[in-house]
Design a protein around this ligand. Structure first.
Ligand code: F6R
Length: 355
C-alpha cells in the first residue's frame, strides 16, 4: 500500500513528478491550454481573488508573483477564515478562485459562498472529485494528484501550483501573450523531479540527522521563495512539532533576527535570480554574524552555507517547484528520526470541516 516506503508522506513526495505530469497534460494539446471556462470571462478579468487555508493558501500566495508578472492584473490572496468575515472588494470583472485539496474545508467553502453572493464568477481548484467546493463553484479545475493519504499536504501543493500557473498561462494565451517558453518549462518539470528525487532525498536525510535535536528553526526567502519559507516552516511544525518561523528575508532586521543564535539554524531559499539572490545571501550573512547556521537551498552555491542542497536549475518563476521538494523532505526526515506518527500528526485532521 505504501509502495515500499515507510510512510505515505514519503511515497507521496516521490509521486510528485507523476502527479504533476497528470495535472499538466490534462490541459495541454498542441501547445494550447484547454480549460472548460468561458473565454470571454477570462479575457476581461481585471482582478483575481484567491482564497484558501494552510498549504493551499501558500500555493495561492506563491502563484501571485507569476500571475502579476505575466498578466499585470492585481491578485489578492487571502486566508479563508479571515476573508469570510471581511467586506470583500470585487471589481466588475473579478474572478474568485478557491483552492482546496479536500474540497471540504469549511472556511474556504464559506468564502466561496460569500463571493457568489456578490455575483462574482467562481473557480475552484480541488483534488477530490465531486467534493462540496467543486459542486458549489461555477467552474472546477481538478488537480490530478491522486489520493493524498498523509495529513501533511505535499503532492497536492505541487499540483495546485501547477494548476494556478496553467490558469495564468491560459489567460495570457487569450490575451495574445507569448507563452511558449513558460509552457515548455512547466512541461519539463515532471522529468526534473523524477530524476532528482532520490538524490535530494539522500542529501536531505543526511542534513536532517545533523539537526534533529534542534528546537527552533528560521526559514527565509524573498519574492516567491517567501511563501515557500512559510510552507517549509508549516511542514516542519505540523509533523515534527518543532517550532519554526517563516519570514521574508528582508524583514529579518525588523525583529526576528533577535531570535538567532548558535542553536537556531536558518533555511535560506535563494534561487539564482538577481537581485534577489545577492540580497538574500546578504541576509544570510547577518544570520552568520550572530553564529546562526545556514542551510542553503539554491541552484547556486555560496560559501555562506554550513549545509548546501543543490536544487536543479530552473528559471526564477519555476524555482518553487524544485525548492519545495527538499523542504518537504526535511520535515519528513526530522519527524521520522524523532519517531513521530508522520502520516497522522497529533491534533490534526486531513479535512477541516469545522470552522
Ligand atoms: C498542511 C495541510 C493543511 C491544509 C489545509 C487546507 O500540510 O495539509 O494546512 O492545506 O487544512 O486543506 P484543503 O486544501 O483540503 O482545503
Amino acid at each position: 500500500q505504501k509502495g515500499g516506503f515507510k510512510h505515505f508522506m514519503l511515497k507521496e513526495i516521490s509521486e510528485e513528478d507523476e502527479a504533476l505530469a497528470n495535472t499538466i497534460y490534462a490541459h495541454i494539446f498542441n501547445d494550447k491550454i484547454n480549460m472548460d471556462i468561458d473565454e470571454e470571462l477570462l479575457k476581461k478579468t481585471d482582478k483575481i481573488t484567491i482564497v484558501a487555508c494552510g498549504t493551499s493558501y501558500y500555493a495561492g500566495l506563491t502563484s501571485k508573483y507569476f500571475f502579476e508578472e505575466l498578466l499585470s492584473i492585481p491578485v489578492n490572496v487571502e486566508i479563508a477564515s479571515e476573508f469570510r468575515y471581511l467586506k470583500p472588494i470585487f471589481t466588475q470583472n473579478s474572478i474568485f478562485i478557491a483552492i482546496s485539496q479536500s474540497g471540504e474545508t469549511a472556511d474556504t467553502k464559506e468564502s466561496l459562498n460569500l463571493a457568489k453572493s456578490f455575483g462574482v464568477k467562481t473557480i475552484s481548484i480541488v483534488n477530490v472529485q465531486e467534493s462540496t467546493i467543486a459542486r458549489l463553484s461555477d467552474y472546477v479545475l481538478y488537480t490530478l494528484a491522486g489520493p493524498e493519504i498523509s495529513v501533511a499536504s505535499t503532492k497536492a501543493f505541487v499540483c495546485q501550483l501547477a494548476m494556478l500557473y496553467l490558469f495564468a498561462l491560459k489567460i495570457a494565451q487569450l490575451k495574445g501573450i507569448e507563452i511558449k517558453p513558460y509552457l515548455n518549462e512547466l512541461m519539463s518539470l515532471p522529468s526534473i523531479l523524477k530524476t532528482e528525487f532520490s538524490r535530494l532525498n539522500t542529501e536531505v536525510e543526511k542534513i536532517a540527522k545533523k539537526y534533529a535535536n534542534v528546537k527552533n528553526f528560521m526559514y527565509l526567502g524573498r519574492g516567491l521563495s517567501y511563501p515557500l519559507a512559510l510552507e517549509g516552516a508549516l511542514k516542519l511544525k505540523e509533523i515534527s512539532y518543532i517550532h519554526a518561523e517563516g519570514y521574508p528575508a528582508g524583514e529579518l532586521k525588523h525583529g526576528p533576527i533577535a531570535l538567532i543564535d548558535e542553536n537556531t539554524p536558518t533555511f535560506v531559499i535563494a534561487p539564482n535570480f538577481e537581485p534577489l539572490y545577492s540580497k538574500t545571501i546578504s541576509n544570510a550573512n547577518e544570520v552568520k554574524a550572530r553564529n546562526g547556521k545556514i542551510i542553503l537551498l539554491s541552484d547556486k552555491f555560496s560559501n555562506i552555507a554550513d549545509d548546501f542542497v543543490q536544487v536543479p536549475n530552473t528559471s526564477y518563476f519555476f524555482s518553487a517547484f524544485v525548492n519545495i521538494v527538499p523542504l518537504q523532505l526535511f520535515a519528513y526526515h526530522i519527524a521520522n528520526i524523532l519517531g513521530n506518527d508522520v502520516d497522522q500528526p497529533r491534533n490534526l485532521a486531513k479535512s477541516v470541516t469545522v470552522e
